[in-house]
Design a protein around this ligand. Structure first.
Ligand code: SAH
Length: 245
C-alpha cells in the first residue's frame, strides 16, 4: 500500500511537472533573435500598426513585405522591428514603423500613382511606397546616403524607384507632376516648388514646425481646380529639412 502510494506520488510528479513548465515556456515572449524577420514583421503590423488604427490593406501588406532590417546598420538589425525610430548613418534616422505607415496611408496611393519623396535616407520609406505605387522618385541631399539607398533598393528588386542626390526643396521638376508627395524631414513651411509639382487631385504629407522641436504632420490636398486645403494629423518629430551645406 505504502509502495503504491509512493508510486502514485512519483507518477503525479512525473506527469505534472512537464505541463506547467511547457505552459510557462509557451507564454514567454520569444526574444527577437529567435524569430525570423517575416514573423517579426507580422507582429509589428498587428501590434504597432493595425492596433493604432491603420486600415488600408495595401499599406498593411507593404509593411509586412518590406524587409526593414535590410535598411538599418548591421548592429541594429535585431531591433529593426521595434516600436521606435532607428539611427542610420550621417546623423539621420528611419521613422518609427507606425509613422511610416500613417504617412503612407494619408497619401491614398493607387497602383498607378507617381510619387515624390524628399529625404531618401535609407530608402525604407521609398520601398514601402514602391510596393503600392507605379513609380517613385526620391531625392536625398547627402550623396553617400543616396548612393547606398540606390544600391540597396536595386538589390532588393525595387527597379521602379529612382534616387538622386540634390536639394529636395526644389522637388524633381523633370519628373513632375506627382499624384503624391511625401517629405520625410521637417521644415517651417511647405516648399512652394513642391506645391506646384503636385497634380490637381493630389496629396502631400510633410512634418511642419520648428526644425529642432516637435512638428505637426500636415496633409495638404489639391483639388481639381488647384485649390489647397490643409489638415493637421498629429505631432511627430523628424530630422530637419536642410538647404545648402
Ligand atoms: N525616409 C527615410 C528617412 C528620412 S531621414 C527612410 O525611410 O530611411 C530624413 C532625410 O532627409 C535625411 O537623410 C536627410 O539627409 C534628408 N534631407 C534633409 N534635407 C533635405 C533636402 N533639402 N533635400 C533632400 N533630402 C534632405
Amino acid at each position: 500500500m505504502e509502495v503504491m502510494q509512493r508510486m502514485g506520488q512519483i507518477a503525479v510528479v512525473v506527469l505534472m511537472s512537464p505541463l506547467p513548465f511547457a505552459a510557462f515556456a509557451c507564454s514567454m515572449p520569444r526574444p527577437e533573435e529567435y524569430l525570423g524577420p517575416a514573423t517579426l514583421r507580422k507582429r509589428m503590423v498587428a501590434e504597432q500598426i493595425k492596433a493604432r488604427g491603420i486600415r488600408d490593406e495595401r499599406v498593411l501588406r507593404a509593411m509586412e513585405r518590406v524587409p526593414r532590417h535590410e535598411f538599418v546598420p548591421d548592429h541594429l538589425q535585431t531591433v529593426a522591428y521595434r516600436d521606435h525610430a532607428i539611427a542610420i548613418d550621417h546623423g539621420q534616422s528611419i521613422s518609427q514603423p507606425y509613422v511610416v505607415a500613417l504617412m503612407t496611408e494619408l497619401l491614398e496611393l493607387k497602383p498607378n500613382s507617381v510619387v515624390l519623396e524628399v529625404g531618401t535616407g535609407s530608402g525604407y520609406q521609398a520601398a514601402i511606397l514602391a510596393e503600392i505605387a507605379a513609380r517613385v522618385f526620391s531625392v536625398e541631399r547627402i550623396p553617400q546616403l543616396a548612393d547606398s539607398a540606390r544600391c540597396r533598393l536595386e538589390r532588393l528588386g525595387y527597379r521602379h524607384v529612382s534616387v538622386r542626390t540634390g536639394d529636395g526643396y526644389e522637388g524633381w521638376p523633370e519628373a513632375a507632376p506627382f499624384d503624391a508627395i511625401i517629405v520625410t524631414c521637417g521644415g517651417d513651411h511647405v516648399p512652394e516648388p513642391l506645391l506646384q509639382q503636385l497634380k490637381p487631385g493630389g496629396t502631400l504629407v510633410m512634418p511642419v514646425g520648428p526644425t529642432t522641436d516637435c512638428q505637426t504632420l500636415w496633409l495638404i490636398e489639391k483639388d481639381h481646380k488647384g485649390r489647397l486645403s490643409k489638415h493637421k494629423k498629429g505631432n511627430v518629430r523628424f530630422v530637419p529639412l536642410r538647404r545648402g551645406d
